[in-house]
Design a protein. Structure first.
Lengths: 241, 249
């Protein structure tokens, strides 16, 4: 067996092009998913059963079915109905790019909503009671206390979910998108060097993962900075000054 | 040893070496049985299709006693080398890689590429600028699109031919580029009713031939002669017409 390094070098620009699309898909759908997850999680922690039921059904569906099936249903499935093809949605749904963004966002929203629900429920009761005692209204409490605290609590597992989505985004290649995996497979179909090209693609995925892990470390520090202050010795508390 | 004796001994040895290749006029032929309409297993559980009809016609022409067996695609060339059968008639394209391992006869049909588009569409193979064209990834059609039309049109590659057909039906694609003969089969199906071939076929020099073992030169020659004969006497044309309304030679 011969190992061809020059195949990797020759196709590196195209792989990076694919990596850029992968990054775009993950970050864009991750942001939309997070925005969707907040109302879903808040509905999940409601006292009223009928409000809880809607996000429960949503989360049950999107967590219980494979991402591949979801992306096929939205890309190939929706296009089989003439109602959709004649509707105003078609210019968006005919594009594989938007189908991927929509599917990934809906999928990740279900997982983030569950993470966020757990985080909200694990905020110490005293903190919320203190906010109430100060006379905070619910929206203010949400903005100042509940969501910032919940984000801090869920940040490690949220980083995990983003990494999972990074790898899940490889499924975009099944709907003709040339993301990192799609680009790698297209190159391999031509060069017949699967080991070299998949290795190169794998290394790029690792680098993206490493960057995401780093980003979430920073975010975690920021959201949970109140827990770190004894070690960081803020200046105004330092007896030397 | 006198010269005369030497000659007769040589003939005898030659005869014993050559005869097994003809195998007492018993020829075993392998096909796949999973590539309609070329080779498939029909409702009665028997092998049928264009390849099988060609095999039978050749055997009749050679006056040989033939036995056609089904063999999985992956093992079809190893099985020939292992003498499980003497020839492969299974829509095998002539490729340089295969030619190193087996001997090919003259071709018995040709594959070409063609565009498929909706019956009402304005798609014209001569004006491809800005069009969206699909094909299956890792196929000759896919490579052809990338190499020749990648700069002009948008090329989309699919994991399976069926997915490309789905996107043609949904209107995401203006056309697909495909192997002509399997596409013809799809056009006959219910889903394919709204579509048709567009433009001339694109010749990609993909010739389909019969494979025999490299050392069986005599068998190869006999098959070539029989092939020539059935083409000349019209048998080939009759078989062709049974499956396709155009010549696939």
């Amino acid at each position: 067996m011969s190992w061809e390094w020059d195949v990797i070098l020759e196709h590196y620009p195209r792989l990076l092009q694919g990596a850029w699309l992968t990054l775009e898909l993950v970050l864009f759908s991750g942001f939309v998913g997070l925005m969707l997850a907040i109302p879903l999680a808040l509905m999940r922690v409601s006292d009223r059963p009928w409000i809880q039921a809607i996000p429960f059904a949503y989360i049950f569906f999107f967590r219980g079915t494979p991402l591949l099936i979801q992306i096929f249903l939205i890309y190939y499935g929706a296009s089989q109905f003439s109602i959709i093809k004649e509707s105003a949605l078609w210019p968006i749904l005919r594009e594989p790019y938007w189908c991927a963004i929509i599917t990934f966002a809906l999928h990740t929203a279900a997982y983030i909503a569950e993470l966020l629900r757990g985080a909200i429920q694990s905020i110490p009761k005293g903190e919320i009671e203190a906010a109430r005692a100060l006379g905070m209204s619910y929206p203010l409490m949400l903005r100042r206390i509940i969501l910032p605290r919940a984000f801090g609590i869920m940040m490690p597992s949220y980083g995990n979910e983003v990494i999972l989505m990074l790898k899940g985004s490889a499924l975009a290649s099944t709907i003709t998108l040339l993301d990192l995996t799609g680009m790698a497979r297209t190159i391999i179909a031509r060069t017949y060097t699967p080991l070299e090209i998949f290795l190169a693609a794998g290394v790029i995925y690792l680098i993206i993962s490493a960057l995401l892990i780093l980003l979430f470390r920073i975010l975690e520090k920021r959201f949970n900075r109140h827990q770190h202050w004894p070690n960081e010795r803020p200046k105004d508390l330092d007896p030397q000054h | 040893m006198s010269f005369k004796k030497f000659i007769s001994a040589a003939t005898l040895i030659a005869a014993t070496i050559v005869t097994p290749a003809i195998a007492g006029d018993k020829i075993r032929i392998a096909t796949e049985g999973a590539y309609a309409p070329f080779n498939m297993i029909n409702a009665d559980g028997e092998l049928a299709g264009f390849d099988v009809d060609i095999a039978n016609a050749l055997c009749e022409q050679m006056k040989a006693d033939c036995k056609i067996v089904a063999q999985d695609w992956d093992g079809i060339i190893p099985g020939l080398k292992a003498r499980k059968y003497d020839a492969i008639i299974a829509s095998l394209s002539i490729t340089p890689e295969r030619s190193r391992v087996v001997a090919f006869t003259d071709h018995y049909y040709s594959n070409s590429l063609t565009f498929v588009s909706g019956k009402g569409s304005t798609f014209d193979p001569k004006a491809l600028k800005g069009k969206v064209i699909g094909a299956q990834r890792a196929t000759i059609a896919g490579q052809y699109l990338e190499d020749h039309l990648g700069d002009v049109a948008t090329v989309k590659l699919y994991d399976t031919q069926d997915n490309a057909y789905l996107d043609l039906s949904s209107g995401r694609l203006d056309a697909i580029l495909s192997d002509k003969l399997p596409a013809y089969d799809w056009l006959q199906s219910e889903e394919g009713q709204a579509f048709e071939f567009r433009g001339d076929k694109i010749d990609i020099d993909d010739k389909i031939a019969i494979a025999v073992r490299k050392q069986d030169k005599q068998l190869k020659q006999r098959i070539n002669q029989a092939l020539q004969a059935i083409i000349e006497n019209g048998t080939y044309e009759k078989i062709n017409a049974k499956y396709f309304p155009f010549s696939i030679y």
